[in-house]
Ligand binder design. Structure first.
Ligand code: FES
Ligand SMILES: [Fe+2]
Length: 315
């Protein structure tokens, strides 16, 4: 069983019913009087997609033969029979946090990660994505926690090819099972528009196999981000993201968002060229010191998920 909360949509995208895919399964999200519910998007009669149906009197009507289901997933009417029979849809747990709908297919869950900036008034919050990337979800996560690609993939944005070295940094696992990497130093060419390059100090936290956080701090200015990755399948990922900043309150959010869009676009090209598998066996690919965080990530995946062929997670 997968004991993780999985992000499947921004909350406000679920106006009535919405079809989403995660872990290679189709799921119907249903905004039922403000509460978001999730069921298998498959009618038990002849397997039509319920999300193509409509909501009538607080019930979902299948588009094919009109079978009706209530908010508990219970079948309440078979029109051709004129009554109901005893059938129930598979229901998933749902939760809303960070303006994102999370679902779970298990009952013994790890907690939803905590990000303090979300609660803080002095931080502006800029929503980014969803970004659809045709790449393996674990490779997407790995990319998001990797700074040694900055000078090459994000040259003159986040890094400078003249300063590609990454000094050794510390990584540890905390009592919640999260991975924390501190004091990662990255040379940034033009961090604040003054065109004075300097080293920036990053902290990364792998909060769950599908949720990542990072923060960079400079003289009290904090820039941090939360990324939640929907593992749609072994070759497709959707990233939901937030930027948190306690400065630059006057800057147009659209321009900040565009910058992030550009960064993700640069990553996309490389990510989509990689294999759709991700290897738990560390010997399958060669790692160096700068990859310390991603090595810890692979260990986390081994402990918390194990082999998952449907997501391309292999030995
Ligand atoms: S397939 Fe849904 S009612 Fe027949
Ligand atoms: Fe990147």
């Amino acid at each position: 069983m997968l004991n993780e909360w999985i992000p499947v949509s921004f909350s406000d995208q679920v106006k009535s019913i919405l079809s989403v895919t995660t872990l290679s399964r189709d799921i119907i999200l249903w905004n039922y009087a403000g509460r978001i519910l999730a069921f298998n998007d498959l009618c038990p009669h002849r397997s039509a997609k319920l999300s193509l149906g409509k909501v009538i009197d607080g019930e979902i009507e299948c588009p094919y033969h009109g079978w009706r289901f209530d908010h508990n997933g219970e079948l309440v009417l078979v029109p051709s029979l004129g009554k109901k029979i005893n059938v129930k849809l598979t229901k998933y747990n749902t939760l809303e946090k960070y303006g994102i709908v999370w679902i779970s297919i298990s009952h013994e869950l790890h907690e939803i990660p905590f990000v303090s900036e979300w609660e803080k008034e002095d931080f502006r919050k800029i929503r980014c994505g969803p970004y659809v990337i045709n790449a393996n979800p674990f490779r997407v996560m790995e990319n998001l926690m990797d700074v040694s690609h900055f000078p090459f993939v994000h040259s003159n944005y986040l890094g400078d090819p003249k300063f590609p070295q990454i000094p050794e940094y510390e990584v540890e696992k905390n009592y919640r099972g999260e991975i924390i990497a501190k004091n990662i130093l990255v040379w940034q060419p033009n961090p604040d528009g003054t065109t004075n390059g300097r080293f920036f100090n990053y902290t990364y936290k792998v909060l769950t196999p599908f949720v990542l956080y990072f923060k960079k701090e400079d003289k009290g200015n904090v820039f941090s981000m939360l990324f939640a990755v929907n593992p749609v399948s072994k070759d497709k990922s959707i990233v939901y993201a937030w930027i948190f900043m306690n400065y630059a309150h006057q800057v147009d959010p659209e321009s900040i968002r565009k910058f992030e869009d550009e960064i993700i676009n640069q990553d996309k090209k490389v990510l989509e060229s990689q294999p759709k598998e991700y290897y738990l066996d560390l010997r399958k690919e060669i790692s160096v010191k700068a990859d310390k965080l991603s090595i810890f990530y692979r260990r986390m995946l081994r402990e918390r998920l194990g082999v998952m062929p449907e997501l391309g997670l292999t030995e």
